[in-house]
Ligand binder design. Structure first.
Ligand code: KIV
Length: 271
């Protein structure tokens, strides 16, 4: 008898082991139905706090509450079988102390059943990353353009344009790798800096606007599908859903007004 082996979810150690190997594929997803599609192609799926801006019309990721991340995290885990699910820790839930970070990360893991959390920050978060990892919580780190710090950075600004800033970014990358992070997101960063960081640490770097010199890539799903009318420069378009939805909704409205919908085909009849 030909038995298909049970599907095993990708784990944080699996991702870590991919350093300098074949490129790691990743996308964000916030819902069960899109996650089910992404699951067939991606190594890991990030339930990013970008959902505050992409789905909920917020101006930044700063207002995103923990409960919202948990709600979307649950949906993505329910919709998937294979990819590692990483859930973002939102602003204000991990910076204050390692203990508070552990409490909130444990809540995310217990309630969503995800496989890892992600948090923003380099050297300043190293102690917290070590604290979480020692207690069983796999952590993905995130440096460079860190959207939760947009009020300090003065906007969404590409990092590393000035070579004098490179030692600090390198120090951040080495600190989080040394603390036990299993992977590191590099966001909005010039190519030579991303290449230098990728060569300097033994965990995979996942680039978003950080060039091809990373061990993997991630994009916001809605950006690459063409649902964002003003996507960042680093996004390659793989669809035009905004136009498709506009056309579909317009056609529906026209059909309802002209009574072209519903037809007998969409109508229940008695026996
Ligand atoms: O929230 C998010 O979508 C992210 C990605 C941009 C990496 O953190």
């Amino acid at each position: 008898m030909n038995e298909t082996p049970p599907i095993r979810r990708v784990t944080a150690p699996d991702i870590k082991a991919r350093k300098a190997n074949s490129p790691i594929v990743s996308l964000t997803s916030y819902h069960a139905h899109t996650a089910a599609i992404v699951d067939r192609y991606a190594d890991f799926i990030l339930v990013g706090d970008s959902l505050g801006m992409v789905m909920h019309g917020m101006d930044s990721t700063v207002p995103v509450p923990l409960d919202l991340m948990i709600m979307h995290g649950k949906a993505v885990v329910r919709g998937t079988k294979q990819a590692l699910i990483v859930v973002d820790m939102p602003f204000g839930t991990y910076e204050e102390s390692p203990q508070i970070a552990f409490r909130n990360a444990a809540k995310i893991m217990k309630e969503t059943n995800c496989g890892a959390v992600k948090l923003e920050g380099g050297a300043r978060m190293a102690e917290t990353i070590g604290f979480l990892v020692e207690r069983g919580i796999p952590v993905m780190a995130h440096i460079g353009l860190t959207p939760q710090s947009t009020n300090i950075l003065g906007g969404f600004k590409t990092q590393g344009r000035d070579e004098d800033s490179w030692p600090l970014h390198l120090e951040d990358a080495k600190a989080v790798a040394h603390a036990g992070a299993f992977a590191l997101v590099l966001e909005g960063m010039v190519e030579p800096l991303a290449a230098k960081i990728t060569k300097s640490i033994d965990i995979p770097t996942i680039g978003i606007g950080a060039s091809a010199d990373c061990d993997g890539q991630i994009l916001v799903l809605e950006d690459m599908l063409g649902l964002n009318p003003n996507p960042p420069k680093f996004v390659k378009s793989y669809g035009n859903l905004l136009q498709d939805i506009e056309t579909a909704v317009g056609n529906y409205a026209e059909d309802v007004r002209s009574r072209a919908f519903p037809t007998p085909e969409q109508t229940y009849k008695i026996k």
